[in-house]
Write a protein that binds this ligand. Structure first.
Ligand SMILES: C[S@@+](CC[C@H](N)C(=O)[O-])C[C@H]1O[C@@H](n2cnc3c(N)ncnc32)[C@H](O)[C@@H]1O
Length: 191
């Protein structure tokens, strides 16, 4: 497993700030408020927000520092949010999850493109029919095209719930929010 390089940043502050407005609006409106798997949840900026909205959230990360911070807040507020140390690249997407969230987990830089391509391919394939994949990644025409081409190759049909941009004021940038629902796939019995 990769080294938890974010530990030092998470010890200093709330490193990634607040959830994006686009994420806030989507999850507020989405029904039902089911079970979310947040892969690479970090300090839980999204997971905690979702927990406060009434979602049940499992967060996976390699940073025990971030997870401890998130679990402490979840515990204090009595939220149905729990973080666990794990490797997102191998963590199975079981049918208990209604939504899978990846926030800033894909960049498709040259050095990581193979690993991240296999990662999103596996996540999208394992996701149950009826499940929703929510990906937030830094805006970029090439990487957005790459993501869509990977998903097109998977034996499944998707309904696009969002293909928009949302501001990320902390970094003065925009994020692409691609939120898709699997409406047909190989594993039809999970419907
Ligand atoms: C860019 S941060 C995003 C954190 C969070 N999703 C957010 O947007 O606030 C990437 C996160 O992925 C975690 N991470 C990196 N590689 C991982 C792996 N193989 N398994 C689990 N977590 C990993 C890091 O520890 C870090 O918390």
């Amino acid at each position: 497993m990769t080294k938890p390089t974010y530990d030092k940043y998470y010890k200093e502050k709330n490193y990634f700030g607040e959830p994006y407005l686009g994420l806030v609006e989507f999850f507020k409106e989405y029904e039902p408020k089911g079970k979310v798997l947040d892969l690479g949840c970090g300090q839980g900026r999204d997971a905690l927000f979702l927990g406060r909205l009434g979602y049940t959230v499992k967060g996976i990360d390699i940073s025990k520092v971030g997870l401890d911070q998130m679990n402490q807040i979840a515990n204090n507020e009595n939220l149905k949010v729990i973080g666990e140390v794990g490797d997102v690249y191998t963590y199975p997407i079981s049918s208990e999850y209604d939504l899978v969230l990846l926030d800033s987990m894909l960049h498709f830089y040259k050095s990581d493109i193979k690993k991240e391509t296999n990662f999103i391919k596996r996540v999208a394939s394992e996701l149950k029919v009826g499940g929703v994949l929510c990906n937030f990644m830094i805006k970029g025409a090439k990487r957005e095209k790459h993501l869509k081409s990977i998903l097109k190759d998977i034996e499944a049909d998707w309904k696009i719930l969002s293909d928009n941009y949302t501001d990320y004021p902390e970094a003065d940038s925009q994020f692409h929010m691609y939120i898709i629902k699997k409406i047909r796939g190989e594993n039809m019995d999970s419907l």
